[in-house]
Design a protein around this ligand. Structure first.
Ligand SMILES: [Fe+2]
Ligand SMILES: [Fe+2]
Length: 135
């Protein structure tokens, strides 16, 4: 499944990162489907690194705008990080299942379209000055 404009939050930096996450997922999907497990394991590691960068960017933004639901949002990120770690551990002894990748991607889509949209809407409701990084 590809990134689609309906997943756009309207925050350019975040949307670019989401698109990259979808690309990593796609690569992981292809590698796992073709049973190229070395590539799949490597791709999973890169996906995890990228997820860390992306979640950190979102969490910094939520702190900057004093988003009231940031703790609940952070907890969702933590759940996803844990699931990726579980998959990485499982990948040491068995093939990465395409079905598992699919479940994780579904989680991501739901998170973007519900939770990320919410903080993006909150951010847009603030004055442009308030969303600028603090000096
Ligand atoms: Fe996100
Ligand atoms: Fe998020």
């Amino acid at each position: 499944m590809k990134w689609s404009p309906e997943y756009a939050t309207g925050v350019p930096e975040i949307d670019e990162q989401h698109q990259s996450l979808f690309e990593w997922f796609d690569q992981l999907d292809h590698a796992a489907a073709d049973h190229r497990m070395m590539t799949a394991t490597y791709t999973l590691t890169r996906l995890m690194q990228y997820t860390r960068v992306h979640f950190a960017a979102e969490e910094a933004l939520m702190t900057r705008i004093a988003y009231p639901e940031r703790e609940a949002h952070r907890a969702e990120h933590e759940t996803f990080r844990l699931r990726l770690r579980e998959l990485q551990t499982a990948a040491m002894t068995q093939d990465i299942a395409v079905a598992t990748i699919s479940l994780l991607r579904d989680w991501l889509i739901k998170h973007i379209t519900i939770s990320d949209m919410k903080y993006a809407a909150f951010s847009k409701s603030l004055t442009p000055k308030a969303t600028k990084p603090a000096r």
